[in-house]
Design a protein around this ligand. Sequence first.
Ligand code: NAD
Length: 295
Amino acid sequence: IKGKAKKAAKAGAPVEKAAVLGAGIMGGGIAYQSAAKGTPIVMKDIADSALDLGLTTAAGLLTKQVERGRMNAKKMAGVLNNITPTLSYDSLKDVDVVVEAVVENPKVKGIVLAEVEGVTGDDAILASNTSTISIDLLAESVKRKDKFCGMHFFNPVHKMPLVEVIRGKETSDETVAAVVAYAAKMGKSPIVVNDCPGFYVNRVLFPYFAGFSHLVKEGADFTAVDKVMEKQFGWPMGPAYLLDVVGIDTADHCTGVMSAGFPTRMQKIDNDPVSILFGDDRYGQKNGKGFYDYG
Ligand code: NAD
């Protein structure tokens, strides 16, 4: 990390112990990354099966590292030991930061944030990994609004370097600095952004997807579009494949948020190919069928 973010990382209060709410795709990934980079983390969910899945995913990633000779079995055990799975809030009393990564539903997030604020210490920072919900809206559920911000990781967490640290209207500089420092400690590249629909990445990405949707509606072959972006333009993947990776359901939801937030720039597209796929239950790689079929 460079410039202002580097300065903020140095200024931020160190995070010695963290917690993540939700052990799903993102929560499990955040737990793994935090533990692997030396910050013990409590992983809280409401379902035992979710905790098992989160731990199994972390163990799988670690096993790969051992097999590749990048880590020994003792270190692997140490990392796993750094993750405390739990169904109760009891072990969250002394954490410095809580990253909320439960389902993308403002009501559920609001309840969970209020609950966790009630059990953590006065100095604890609460951060949400929401992809689309306004940080200022979520801040309405907490009392210590200066200690609340967004901390938006990308999927898969262990591979994607970027973390958007989203500053709400009332987020303090100290909170931003501490979260930037924590992201840096996790080996990530944090950027600080203001609260707006799409934050930074999705504000850039979704207009690109909209351009792609218009092309397809006008008769373009999506495989040809992908091929050009990948082979000739040199991007790691084209828009159709990327939409399948993101998840067609997630993309459809995010498109709605972007058009509501920027009605002129991101006009709703009638018969958007993404919405059509969503209506046909083609959610992308997560259920094996999206623009492409996955065996
Ligand atoms: P997921 O469905 O895989 O996991 C959500 C987890 O939250 C589940 O394990 C569920 O049991 C748990 N949960 C539900 N209610 C809870 C509660 N009250 N307390 C504790 N745990 C609870 O979802 P995900 O894909 O990991 O997404 C989580 C968050 O991260 C969402 O806000 C999403 O928008 C955001 N996000 C997702 C991605 C992605 O690509 N999947 C990327 C960036 C951000």
